[in-house]
Design a protein around this ligand. Structure first.
Ligand code: GAP
Length: 494
């Protein structure tokens, strides 16, 4: 068990995930398969909760957004048009001193030293990251697993606009599996070969520069920025700034600023914002499709690394698909009475990287309790409530099971009657269950239970008829300790 969060390593997190059933190596019985991982029972719950919250925050709660679910394999010409076949590659390098094999971005060749020993890199070659596959039996059936979900939104842009009757500006969102034949997968879930991206393409009239959705909460949003000028001088000093100041400095346009702010607001909701910095891309490192990009980097145990991005893709993709397909992807603009090709802002998140960040952020070794407490926000916890009968007595078990059945209609619930109550509490603390309900003799008499709070271990007494309401409030972020009467000694933790 790691005593000190400062010394928490990515291997500690990986071992914890395996021990508790969050994540396993893919194909473990064959010795694993590099770059591929399986989410176990608790991991799948947490992963789905992240995806559902992404959808809620960016699709359901926004007026101008719709979602799609496009196929993973699309016509191979997709990737010719998008530029991925020509440009989506990394350079494999090996350290001349310690033989550490890794990859660098094309723009980094000759500039980076080995992160393990500071030695010089020798270039091994350039490798395209697209995964090839074959559709049907013929050689002509060569195709690719998608490297990003974005192309599904571009190709369906016109159909989505027509069927959902959206007017510019509007966005199309998607969450889905992507595949990249990474040269050097590493750092557990951080750099893998199969992962989910949650991203959207936001389509704007090409001449529209004002964003009417910008509010004070966006403009005044504080952030730590590593700007392009600083990096060009080989420095890494962060600046405290706001979205409003970045707009004044013309680092981005208003829509770009609005979506960057919304991304940071989601990170605030996820409880990760304190460990996020924004990094502006230097001109030399921009992707082939982008004219301005900002990464959001999270402080993982192995360094501050990209968790999300935000690119100004302009008219690049729609124009490329129009050229390659011969089809029009223009929209008729009522105001100017002209057909226009919209420009695009693309906010993107790696779902596995968010999952990893939540684990690193939530992991806490409480020395007094001699236990790990996984401090997930309640709404993301894999299990919302554990129901624990204090003694194995028929009437108590039957009441406990009734409480479980009621709660199961809305939440993922655990029922546990084995071992001491203290042991059952700590098992639940370790996997981040925010509330444990203890059912005892008093419950039979006065129709009340105690609910124990994971982080403080304090207990409140509430009526059985109020359980559903209290659980709903805590999942929404209210403090359990304010929702019932504090009781000190009803259930002893032993
Ligand atoms: N459509 C834009 C796009 O795909 P990207 O920065 O290449 O942009 C999006 O990828 C996000 O996917 C990144 O911000 C990162 O969080 C995640 N990601 C990228 N490569 C990854 C990998 N090999 N393993 C896990 N996540 C990855």
């Amino acid at each position: 068990m790691v005593d000190d969060k400062e010394n928490l390593s990515i291997d500690d997190i990986a071992n914890f995930c395996k021990r508790k059933g969050f994540v396993f190596r893919s194909s473990e019985i064959y010795g694993g398969f590099s770059g591929f991982w399986d989410y176990g029972p608790l991991g799948a719950e947490l992963y789905n909760n992240i995806k559902n919250d992404y959808w809620k925050f960016f699709v359901h709660e926004k007026e101008n957004m719709v979602g799609i679910d496009a196929s993973i394999i699309s016509h191979p010409r997709t990737w010719k048009a998008s530029g991925h076949l020509a440009n989506f590659s990394d350079v494999a390098v090996i350290c001349k001193k310690c033989k550490n094999a890794t990859k660098v971005d094309k723009s980094e060749v000759g500039k980076l030293k080995c992160e393990k020993c500071g030695g010089e890199f020798e270039v091994q070659g350039e490798f395209n990251l697209m995964f090839k596959t074959n559709v049907g039996a013929l050689k002509a059936g060569e195709a690719y697993l998608r490297g990003e979900t974005a192309q599904g939104m571009f190709m369906n842009f016109k159909l989505v606009q027509e069927t959902s009757r959206k007017q510019l500006p509007f966005g199309i969102a998607q969450i889905g599996k992507c595949f990249r034949n990474e040269i050097a997968p590493r750092d557990f879930l951080f750099r893998v070969r199969e992962f989910d991206i949650g991203e959207f393409e936001f389509f704007i009239h090409p001449e529209e520069i004002k964003c009417d959705l910008l509010e004070d909460k966006h403009l005044n949003l504080k952030l730590r920025l590593l700007d392009a000028e600083t990096q060009e001088k080989n420095k890494d000093t962060l600046k405290e700034t706001t979205i409003g100041k970045m707009l004044k400095e013309k680092r981005m346009d208003e829509w770009h600023g609005y979506w960057l702010a919304e991304q940071l607001l989601w990170f605030t909701k996820l409880g990760l914002i304190d460990k996020i910095k924004v990094r502006e891309h230097m001109k030399s490192e921009l992707s082939h499709y982008s004219s301005a990009t900002f990464d959001m980097d999270f402080e993982y145990p192995f360094g501050s690394k990209e968790i999300a991005g935000n690119a100004n893709r302009g008219q690049y993709d729609l124009t490329q698909h129009m050229k390659e397909s011969g089809q029009s992807l223009e929209l008729y603009d009522e105001k100017s009475k002209k057909k226009v090709v919209p420009r695009v802002i693309e906010p993107t998140f790696g779902i596995g990287r968010i999952f990893l960040a939540l684990l690193c952020n939530g992991y806490y070794h409480d020395k007094k309790r001699d236990n790990i407490i996984m401090k997930f926000p309640a709404y993301l916890s894999p299990i919302k409530v554990a129901v624990l009968p204090i003694v194995k007595e028929d009437k108590i078990i039957s009441l406990s099971k009734k409480i479980v059945a009621d709660l199961r209609e809305d939440w993922n619930i655990a029922y546990d009657e084995s071992g001491s109550i203290g042991r059952r509490y700590s098992r639940n603390d370790e996997i981040g269950t925010p509330m444990c309900i203890a059912v005892d003799e008093e419950s039979l008499k006065d129709k009340t239970v105690t609910i124990r709070d994971r982080d403080s271990t304090k207990q409140v007494k509430i009526k059985i008829s109020e359980i559903n309401d209290v659980v709903r409030k805590v999942v929404r972020g209210e403090n359990l300790l304010k929702l019932g009467k504090l009781v000190e000694t009803r259930v002893k933790e032993e």
